[in-house]
Design a protein around this ligand. Structure first.
Ligand SMILES: O=C(O)C(O)[C@@H](O)[C@H](O)[C@H](O)COP(=O)(O)O
Length: 234
């Protein structure tokens, strides 16, 4: 495993601006070379400020497709919906012109949506231009929870499935997640974490130990041309 590059910022605002500028440049590069760009973002609380800055960047958002790294299985007007966060904080202003592909389909369970989502994802290249991950204090990233029944499968980069349902007592509701393979294939892969507690978890994750203890290890250890870029602020 190559250690990630850790970009440290003095505060969360400065980090959000820098990460937004970096992601906008990556997306603009994708548009310039391939005519379009694909971005997968996380939910939770950390990305909101980053979304505010990214939404204002002057790239050709009509050529950008945005999706989620993972989703809680709730309708998109639910307070815990990651799609709701993306719609409210990222798909506004210039970025409202982007195309959004939600993961919540309205099916009763995530498992009932896998065929539909896999078919949609498989018509695209599995290669995102940029993926922005978060991390919980338990070392989960995306919906790779330590107590997920599906953890071994979703962190196996040789598995072809691009999406999986997740059942984990610690996750609250059922979830759906992209698997390690499409995350690791991303041209730019960032881990956006804030606070001393998460930095300590990251440092533990960089030590030897099982993926099930700190599932973010699967991402940090994934085979990819460039190591993961960590963006951290206190
Ligand atoms: O839907 C989600 O919950 C996620 O995408 C998840 O992986 C998130 O990034 C971490 O749980 C960190 O969440 P916070 O940013 O809220 O700490």
């Amino acid at each position: 495993m190559r250690d990630p590059a850790i970009h440290r910022y003095p505060d969360r605002q400065t980090l959000a601006e820098a990460l937004a500028a970096g992601v906008a440049a990556v997306l603009a590069g994708g548009i310039a070379t391939r005519g379009r760009a694909r971005l997968a973002v996380s939910g939770g609380s950390t990305p909101a400020l980053f979304f505010d800055h990214l939404a204002k960047t002057a790239i050709d958002w009509r050529d950008v497709c945005v999706t989620l790294v993972d989703e809680r299985w709730v309708p998109d007007d639910h307070p815990r919906s990651n799609a709701r966060l993306v719609k409210e904080r990222l798909l506004v202003g210039p970025a409202a012109a982007a195309h959004f592909e939600p993961l919540f389909t309205g099916a009763a369970r995530p498992q009932d949506a896998l065929d539909e989502l896999s078919a949609a994802f498989e018509t695209e290249s599995p290669c995102f231009d940029a993926v922005i991950l978060g991390m919980g204090a338990d070392g989960h990233t995306a919906s790779f929870f330590p107590d997920a029944a599906e953890l071994d499968a979703v962190t196996d980069a040789d598995r072809r499935d691009l999406v999986s349902g997740i059942t984990a007592p610690s996750a609250g509701e059922p979830r759906i997640t992209l698997t390690l393979r499409p995350l690791a294939l991303s041209r730019f892969l960032a881990l956006h974490i804030e606070g001393e507690e998460k930095l300590a978890v990251l440092n533990r994750a960089l030590e030897d130990g099982p993926v099930r203890e700190l599932p973010v290890r699967a991402v940090l250890r994934a085979s990819r041309p460039d190591p993961v870029s960590v963006f951290w602020a206190p």
